[in-house]
Design a protein around this ligand. Sequence first.
Ligand SMILES: [Zn+2]
Length: 511
Amino acid sequence: MPLTQSTSQIETAQAIESLLQYAISNLDFKQENLNCARNMIFNRLKISCSVQNATNIESVNSILNKLANYAVNSGICPPDEKENLKAELIGYLIPQPYEIIKNFDEIFTDKGPNFAMEYFYNIAVKGNYINKDKISKTVTHCFNGTYSPLYLSVNSMKKESSFNEKTYKDKMPSSEKPFPLCPLCSENEGAYNGAKSNLRLLPIELGGSFWNIQFSPFPYFKKHIIVSYSQHIPMKNDIKKFEAMIDFSTVFEDYFIASNTELENIGGSLLCHEHMQGGLKNLPIFNAEEKERFYSKKYENINLSLLEWYLPVFKITSDDKIQLLSAIEDIVNAFINYNDESINLICKTEKNQHSSVNTVCYNENGKTVFLIIPRNNRTSEQCPKGIFCPDESCKEIKKEGIGIIEIMGYFILPSRLICDSVLLIDFLTGKSKTDLKEKNSVYSEYSSMLAQLINDYGINMTVSKAKDIITDYINIKCQTMLEQSAVFKNNEEGKKAIDKFLSSVNLIKLN
Ligand SMILES: [Zn+2]
């Protein structure tokens, strides 16, 4: 064996020992399983040297990177499978699903749901399913919008185009049905493909149906979870889901749970698999004030209000689950079948449903709160991207549709904005002489932004001024994206239309 390979085998064996020690300290890995696990990893990486002492390596991700780099360099693992191999190696060491469910249930009984969830979260972090090294590269800033602060986050982990149903199927050979059918199917637990060997699911019964909780590997905010239906069925917004959301928020009081619509182009991805998203209740919308209150003779045990927000949000509060569900169902059904030509709202054309709702549920002072946000994805000749969707100029900042996370005041922006801003600053400070009209240049991607900024400020500003005006432009565009997504606009016409809709469901304005 060549000396270099022998040396790197020794280093790799040292890193394996570090990984095993890490698992003992962080993943409740038992000493009794040590030899067995070490041999499995030795076999996988074709290590033939003796057992070495552990070395100090910064983080679990850096240990796994070291092992995966060795495997790639030795031809054991194709370079594009490096992340899969990292997940596989740590997957040998994290508790198996049965053990996690058992531990979760015990902690739930002894200490309560939030401690149990904390245990499950720690498995996802310590088991490197949530990669903390990558999260630390996410840049977030706060912008004081008209109604409340908005958070803008540039997420380095997420590709800009959403991984939707169509693109997933397109990746598969046409003759073969993909297995699992999509990335949210429960069969992904422990799968090598997609780097899910370290994925663990927590089965839970909500609203009389079965779901699986997992922490998102690409968290946008604190404790970002995905709750997916136990079977591969399409997204829908029906009473069973609303009940599941209420049950979830009743048990996990620190968390909210929310859902995108089942329709395309208004923010949801993976519409092929029913799912919801949640996290800790600290997104901007949870601080929104109530601006108008409504009363219903039919529902004496609920409070209904309209929030002071960038687009209309109906807030229903109650501790009476039956009345709450009934009120939610009435309002949602009324809206998805509602037409109002004065604001260009048409719920259905031919066989295509256009109106739907975003929903959010959480606990507030012991009562359940349910938010309903009307959405519509109809397009027209003048608005090919959607009548109630951000206009073409907003795509320069964010190409994907506005989904429930943005609706709650948290924008996920593409990482290209960071590198492209450097080039835009060059232009605005007169450093770059590229012709703006030159096709395929980065400037053509931002033609609306540059046209406005050059018109307002010229092209001889300082670097710090250029940085500021680009940030201001992006901030304002994010607020505009929310306002343009509103079915009922925040103007006289929109206010009249919303009153008309609410009176159609027998809700009477108070005060
Ligand atoms: Zn699925």
